[in-house]
Design a protein around this ligand. Structure first.
Ligand code: PEP
Ligand code: MN
Length: 337
């Protein structure tokens, strides 16, 4: 971090700033120029409050040269993180395909979909039991019952389950869930992030609708700083001026995150586009760009789905797509050598 001081700073205030930084274990390199004095801060500056320093009378400007996230940072953890989940893993060269309905609607529905997607090559079952809906009048999910049905589907198929946790009070019900999903709307629910950081289930954090990469990685940092290193990031489209699609899929997130972090990256082309016919091209693009996996909504009767029917694939359309994705992934890996 670099602190640029105002011209002729008050000596007492400067000494007190330097003492305060040194007490925090930061070494200071001072460079005195004609107009300004610059302090180069060396050490772990991730815990320093940049705004607090910038607000001091003697400070002209503060610039970070190091990212504020440490646990999630590739610089301090060059190897890709691989997360074991049930009989499979996320990251480490495998293509994870999470598929299933937006919402669990009944035991029969979720078991039938689970069987179909497994037969097509899916490696995990997705399905919401607690649903974040824009309207309070819309279907809110089956709650605890929905989780029970997901577990039955897991038992019937062997597919590990990924499902959304919306509120702290629900956490005791998620002990046995394979991957806890934190939805886009909760990406900056810091109490929720802290709580899932203090338990041992892997956590998939979906990108907030208007979140920057750094904000998203700081959410991962919340979970990891609590002791849970098993974090997965899921790009699900961001809000832009374009309304033709539900959101705008940011495929650049894959190579950018690959550079910034060691955590696995999943792409959700369903929520990113809102249209079933856009799921295939975006999913193929994601695999070609190096994603570690996909999360795809599949429904046995999209026209009557209680949530997100227009973006859901029928099992018979998911089947050829899953096969194409696995073939493309193999080809991409062979090109990487
Ligand atoms: C979901 O996956 O069901 C969901 C609500 O996604 P998002 O949080 O990305 O909107
Ligand atoms: Mn959905």
């Amino acid at each position: 971090m670099i602190v640029i001081l105002k011209h002729d700073p008050n000596r007492e205030q400067l000494e007190s700033l330097i003492n305060w930084l040194q007490e925090k274990g930061i070494a200071i390199h001072t460079s005195i120029g004609e107009a300004h004095t610059i302090l180069g801060l060396v050490g772990d500056t991730s815990k320093l409050d940049i705004d607090l320093i910038a607000a001091l009378d003697i400070v002209e400007d503060v610039k970070r040269v190091q990212e504020p996230y440490k646990n999630a940072n590739r610089k301090f953890h060059p190897e890709d993180t691989v997360i074991p989940v049930g009989n499979t893993q996320i990251g480490g060269g495998t293509l994870t395909i999470m598929a299933g309905p937006c919402s669990v609607e009944s035991e029969e529905q979720v078991v039938a979909i689970a069987k179909a997607v497994k037969a097509s090559g899916a490696t995990m079952l997705r399905g919401g039991a607690f649903k974040p809906r824009t309207s309070p009048y819309a279907f809110q999910g089956l709650g605890a019952k929905g989780l029970e049905y997901l577990k039955i589907a897991r038992q019937e198929t062997g597919l590990p389950i990924v499902t959304e946790l919306m509120d702290l009070s629900q956490l005791p019900l998620f002990k046995d869930v394979d991957v806890i999903q934190i939805g886009a709307r909760n990406m900056q629910n810091f109490d929720l992030l802290k709580a899932v950081g203090h338990q041992d289930r892997p956590v998939m954090i979906k990108r907030g609708m208007s979140a920057t990469y750094e904000e998203w990685l700081m959410s991962a940092e919340y979970v990891m700083s609590g002791g849970n290193e098993n974090v997965i990031l899921c790009e699900r489209g961001i809000r832009t001026f374009e309304h033709y699609t539900r959101n705008t899929l940011d495929l650049a997130a894959i190579p950018v995150l690959r550079r910034l972090t060691h955590l696995p990256v999943i792409i959700d082309p369903s929520h990113a586009t809102g249209k079933n016919w856009l799921v295939e091209p975006m999913a193929m693009g994601a695999v070609a760009t190096g994603a570690d996996g996909l999360q795809i909504e599949v429904h046995n009767d999209p026209a009557h789905a209680l949530c997100d029917g227009p973006q859901s694939l029928k099992p018979e359309d998911f089947d050829p797509l899953a096969k194409k994705l696995l073939a493309l992934h193999k080809a991409v890996k062979s090109l990487e050598g």
